[in-house]
Design a protein around this ligand. Structure first.
Ligand code: ADP
Length: 214
C-alpha cells in the first residue's frame, strides 16, 4: 500500500472573532499560500442535505460539529481544491483556519498534515472580540453570530476544548501574534513566521528537482 504524502500546513489558531478569517484571506492573495477555513466550508454546504442539516444544528447552537463528520467534510473539500489545482500541495503551504479545534482532531489530522508552525492569534479582551463578531454578523449574515448567548457559548467551547490544543504542540513552533495590533502589524508578524517556512519549502523543492535531474 502506498502512503499519501502529508500536506505542509500552518494552522491559524485563536478564539472566535480574533481575525483568523481576515488574516487567512489576506494571505490567500500571496502566491504560495492556500487558505482553507473549515467554518467557510461548513457554511457552504447545502442545508437541505443530511450532512448540511447536521452541521447547521451544531453551528447554530455554538457547538463544535462532531469530529468524524468534520474530518470527512474537510478532507472532501481539500481534495476537491487539489483536483482543481487551486491548492497545489507541492508548491503551496496550507493555511488552515479553524482546525484542529480539540485534542482529538490534533490526532486525527496527523496522518494528513505536516505541521510546520502554529500561528496563535492572541487577544486578551473577550468583549472586544464579541463586538467584532456582532459587526461580522451584520456584514456576513452569519446565524452563529446573531445571538449573544450563542456567541458566549462559543467562547466557553474555545476555553474548554480548543485552548488545550496548543499544549499538544512543541512551544518552539508556536508563533504568538498580538491580534490587537493594526491589520498591517498583524500581517507583518504572521509573515515574519511564514516567510522562513516558505523559503525552506522552496529550497527543499529545488534540491528534490536537482536530485531528479529535472
Ligand atoms: P470563528 O472563527 O468565529 O470561531 P469559524 O468560521 O471558524 O468561526 O467556525 C464557525 C463554526 O463552525 C464553529 O463555531 C463550529 O461550530 C464550527 N467549526 C469550525 N471548525 C470546526 C472544527 N474544526 N471542528 C468542529 N466544528 C468546527
Amino acid at each position: 500500500m502506498t502512503t499519501r504524502p502529508r500536506y505542509r500546513c500552518v494552522p491559524l489558531f485563536g478564539p472566535p472573532g480574533v481575525g483568523k478569517g481576515t488574516q487567512g484571506k489576506i494571505l490567500s492573495n500571496i502566491p504560495g499560500f492556500f487558505h482553507l477555513s473549515v467554518g467557510d466550508v461548513f457554511r457552504s454546504i447545502d442545508i437541505g442535505s443530511a450532512n448540511g442539516r447536521e452541521v447547521y444544528n451544531h453551528i447554530s447552537r455554538g457547538e463544535l460539529v462532531p469530529d468524524e463528520l468534520t474530518i470527512k467534510i474537510w478532507r472532501k473539500a481539500l481534495e476537491a481544491y487539489v483536483a482543481l489545482s487551486w491548492f497545489k500541495p507541492r508548491e503551496d503551504l496550507l493555511i488552515l483556519d479553524g482546525m484542529p479545534r480539540n485534542v482529538h482532531q490534533v490526532e486525527m489530522i496527523q496522518e494528513h498534515l505536516e505541521i510546520h508552525r502554529v500561528i496563535y492569534l492572541k487577544c486578551s479582551d473577550e468583549e472586544d472580540m464579541i463586538h467584532r463578531i456582532r459587526r461580522r454578523a451584520i456584514r456576513e449574515n452569519r446565524t452563529d453570530d446573531a445571538n449573544e448567548s450563542i456567541i458566549r457559548r462559543r467562547f466557553d467551547v474555545y476555553r474548554e476544548v480548543t485552548a488545550p490544543v496548543l499544549q499538544q504542540y512543541d512551544p518552539a513552533i508556536i508563533h504568538e501574534v498580538d491580534a490587537n495590533g493594526s491589520p498591517s502589524e498583524v500581517v507583518h508578524s504572521i509573515l515574519d513566521c511564514l516567510i522562513p517556512v516558505q523559503n525552506e519549502l522552496f529550497e527543499a523543492n529545488l534540491r528534490e528537482e536537482e536530485s531528479r535531474g529535472t
